[in-house]
Ligand binder design. Structure first.
Ligand code: NAD
Length: 366
């Protein structure tokens, strides 16, 4: 297979981890005989510095014309001025909206051999295997009106939570479909006791449920979900939620895995189905980690597993994706750890060596 992939590393550790994601992708290509045309672009803070804007139109076009996008992260203290005319994050919001990738899929896998580096008791982590499906292009982060204005009493700020039934239905369907292909449990998260958007959400979920008879639907209030995720995470299979709740819950869920650095995500414009090609946007769930940027110690596994999700969903190559995931398993099983997941007696490695090890495991897998 030949395809074009846009590589947008961004800021901070973004380019460092993305470089390892690309290496793993190329190693897989060599093993299986696939060619990837990689096209690089600046995005976020680096683009503000070089071009005066977080997203050039040609980078947006590159993303739209590619089969998939591998993204690092954007932002950092250098661009945090609240009065700046544009921010690095604007690029990310714009790209997601332009590509129409409304479904953010975040699998949370707990590696048994990383249990020792977790803050949780082993019995809490037993059997944890869940996916958070987050609505990505609506709600508080996008809806208008949004902004700040002066009033006689001082400044007032406004953000708007707005969802149409169609937006709610399409993301809920992704949740139902995923649950159907997994253990058949869907937790639909809302705040229906307070928010009108959530009441629409809950009603829509209940309306769709009879179409998915093998899926057991549970309505969970977001505050209660936050608590259960820590107390009994194994009870969850698929969690589906609107944008803001999903953002917070998926970061919370990442703690179960041991480090944000381990977790991938896929943002898709439709229901993901193995073997069917869907354009998508792939990024680790973490940010740009300015505290460790430039030190070569960032964990690249989130980016490598994001590349594996790309291979599965956008390139339709299931065996190749599994091969990449098994290479990561193998290296972790062999005891190699970046600093974020290291414990005493770990074989401590930097980003590059973790990439080397995973590439070597991939190359020896066939
Ligand atoms: P962060 O995820 O960047 O970092 C949180 C903590 O996790 C830090 O201590 C960091 O060192 C650690 N960490 C994150 N990724 C790691 C990795 N791969 N390996 C090892 N340790 C890792 O979150 P933050 O500190 O809240 O945000 C920093 C910047 O990133 C901000 O400017 C924020 O806006 C931006 N951000 C961008 C995205 C994105 O582009 N998708 C997402 C979240 C945050």
């Amino acid at each position: 297979m030949e395809c074009q992939i846009a590589v947008l590393g961004g800021d901070g550790i973004g380019p460092e981890v993305t470089a390892q994601g690309v290496r793993a992708l190329e190693a897989m290509g060599k093993v299986f005989g696939h060619q990837f045309r990689l096209e690089y672009g600046d995005v976020g803070g680096i683009s503000i510095d070089k071009h005066g804007t977080p997203l050039l139109p040609q980078v947006s076009e590159l993303a739209a014309s590619s089969d998939a996008v591998l993204f690092g992260g954007v932002g950092g203290p250098k661009w945090d001025d609240p009065n700046a005319p544009s921010r690095p994050e604007d690029a990310l919001l714009q790209l997601r909206a332009d590509l129409g990738v409304f479904a953010n899929i975040r699998p949370v896998k707990v590696y048994p051999w990383l249990a020792e580096s977790s803050v949780f008791k082993p019995q809490v982590l037993e059997g944890v295997d869940l996916v958070v499906v987050r609505e990505l292009t609506g709600g508080l982060y996008y809806a208008q009106p949004k902004g700040r204005h002066e009033t006689p009493q001082g400044q007032t700020a406004v953000d708007t939570m707005r969802y149409s039934e169609a937006e709610v239905e399409r993301i809920l369907r992704v949740g139902f479909e995923l649950a159907q292909s997994r253990r058949g449990k869907l937790a639909s998260v809302d705040k229906a006791n307070v928010l009108e958007c959530s009441r629409l959400w809950r009603q829509t979920a209940s309306r769709l449920a009879p179409e998915y008879p093998t899926v057991e639907l549970e309505h969970v209030l977001v505050d209660s979900c936050a608590m259960h995720l820590i107390q009994q995470p194994a009870r969850f299979d698929v969690i589906v939620s609107e944008n803001t709740f999903g953002d917070i819950l998926s970061d919370e869920a990442s703690v179960l895995a041991g480090s944000m650095g381990l977790l991938p995500s896929a943002s898709l414009a439709g229901v993901p189905m193995e073997g069917r090609l869907t354009p998508g946007f792939y990024e680790p769930i973490h940010g740009t980690a300015p505290d460790i940027a430039g030190q070569g110690i960032a964990n690249p596994i989130g980016s490598i597993l994001s590349a594996a999700m790309m291979v599965r969903y956008s390139l339709g190559l299931t065996e190749e994706a599994v091969c990449m995931e098994l290479a990561v398993d193998q290296v972790l099983m062999d005891g190699f750890r970046t600093a974020d997941i290291a414990v005493q007696d770990s074989k401590l490695v930097g980003s590059q060596e973790m990439g080397d090890r995973i590439v070597a495991a991939l190359e020896s897998s066939r």
